[in-house]
Design a protein around this ligand. Structure first.
Ligand SMILES: Nc1ncnc2c1ncn2[C@@H]1O[C@H](COP(=O)(O)OP(=O)(O)OP(=O)(O)O)[C@@H](O)[C@H]1O
Length: 285
C-alpha cells in the first residue's frame, strides 16, 4: 500500500503545470476542477481544485463522508454538470466547452447510478440495446451486441424478461450491460450497489471485477463503503468535505482477480484500517 500526497496526484502523473510530452494521455484526467453551487441566498463550494489522472484499464474508487462532493465530481466527469472552473479530459480531449458538453467525447462514457433506471416496457435485450438504438445501429447488430452483453453480465437466459421480473442485483447488471453497450472508454459508477443487500453486493463486486477484466474497462467507482472501495479499486481516492478536496490516495497492491476471501488477508485489513483512520482523523480535525 502506498499513500501519496494530499494532492492525490501520483508521482510522475501529469499536472496542469507539468504536462509530460509524448506520453499516452490518461484515460480520464481531471484538471483543476472546482464547483460552486450558488443561489441568491446560498453559496456552496462543493469541490476545490481537484486534480486526478486515471490510466487506461485502471479502477479508481472515490470515497469520503456524505456531502464531500463524490457525486458532484462524478456528474462533472459524466457530462451532467459543468465545472465552475477546470476541465475533464477523456483520452486527452476536453469534455467541457464552457457549460456545453462535447458530444463526441461524451459518447466514450458509460454511466451507472444507484438506481438502474430501466424502461419497464422494454425487455432486457431492448433495455441493454437502447443506447445503440439511439445511435442508429441496425436491429440485427443491436440484438447481437445486447445478447453478447447479457451473457457477459450473466443474464443470457433473461433476454426476453422484463425488469419487474428480475431481482435488484439482476436489474443493476442490466444497467451495467447497457452502459457497456457503446464500448465506453470509461465506466463511471455512482454507488451502483448501494441499494443491494450485503451478499448480493459482494457478488456484484466480483461480477464487476470479472467484467472489467474481460473488457479492460477503465472505471471510476463512488462508494461510501471502505471495504468495497478497497476490493474494487487499484487505487482509493479519499475526498474531504467543505470544500471537497482530495485528502489522500492509497494504492491497493492486491493482485487480480481478487477472490472474496482476500478481505480476510492482512494486506486488505491494513489498507482498510489506514483509510478508516484517515476518515476518522479528518472528522476530528
Ligand atoms: N444541485 C445542487 N445545488 C446546491 N448544492 C448542491 C447541489 N448538489 C450538491 N450540492 C452540495 O454539494 C455538496 C456535495 O454534494 P454531493 O452530493 O456531491 O456529495 P456526496 O459526497 O456525493 O454525498 P453523499 O455521499 O451523501 O451522496 C453538498 O454540500 C451538497 O449539499
Amino acid at each position: 500500500m502506498v499513500q501519496t500526497s494530499p494532492s492525490g496526484v501520483r508521482a510522475g502523473a501529469s499536472t496542469p503545470e507539468h504536462d509530460p510530452p509524448q506520453q499516452t494521455p490518461a484515460r480520464i484526467s481531471i484538471r483543476s476542477v472546482s464547483k460552486v453551487f450558488a443561489t441568491k441566498t446560498q453559496r456552496t463550494e462543493a469541490l476545490r481544485d481537484i486534480n486526478l489522472e486515471v490510466s487506461a484499464g485502471e479502477t479508481v474508487s472515490l470515497i469520503g463522508r456524505s456531502g464531500c462532493g463524490k457525486s458532484t465530481l462524478l456528474r462533472i466527469m459524466a457530462g451532467l454538470l459543468p465545472p465552475t472552473e477546470g476541465n475533464v479530459l477523456v483520452s486527452g480531449q476536453p469534455l467541457w466547452n464552457g457549460t456545453a458538453v462535447e458530444s463526441g467525447v461524451l459518447a466514450q462514457l458509460g454511466v451507472v447510478f444507484q438506481e438502474p433506471h430501466l424502461f419497464p416496457w422494454f425487455d432486457i435485450r431492448d433495455n441493454i440495446a437502447l443506447p445503440l438504438k439511439l445511435r442508429g445501429v441496425g436491429k440485427a447488430e443491436r440484438r447481437r451486441r445486447a445478447t453478447e452483453l447479457a451473457e457477459l453480465v450473466g443474464l443470457g437466459d433473461f433476454l426476453t424478461s422484463y425488469p419487474r421480473e428480475l431481482s435488484g442485483g439482476m436489474r443493476q447488471r442490466v444497467a451495467i450491460a447497457r452502459a457497456l453497450s457503446r464500448d465506453p472508454e470509461l465506466l463511471l459508477m455512482d454507488e451502483p450497489f448501494g441499494a443491494l443487500d450485503a451478499l448480493t453486493r459482494e457478488k456484484m463486486n466480483l461480477e464487476l471485477q470479472r467484467i472489467t477484466l474481460a473488457t479492460r474497462a477503465t472505471v471510476v467507482f463512488v462508494t461510501h463503503d471502505i471495504a468495497e472501495a478497497v476490493f474494487i479499486g487499484d487505487r482509493v481516492v479519499q475526498l474531504t468535505p467543505r470544500p471537497g478536496r482530495i485528502q489522500s490516495t492509497v494504492e491497493v497492491g492486491l493482485e487480480r482477480p481478487r477472490p472474496l476471501d482476500v478481505q480476510a488477508t492482512e494486506a486488505f485489513g491494513t489498507t482498510v484500517r489506514a483509510l478508516r483512520h484517515a476518515l476518522e482523523d479528518e472528522e476530528q480535525s
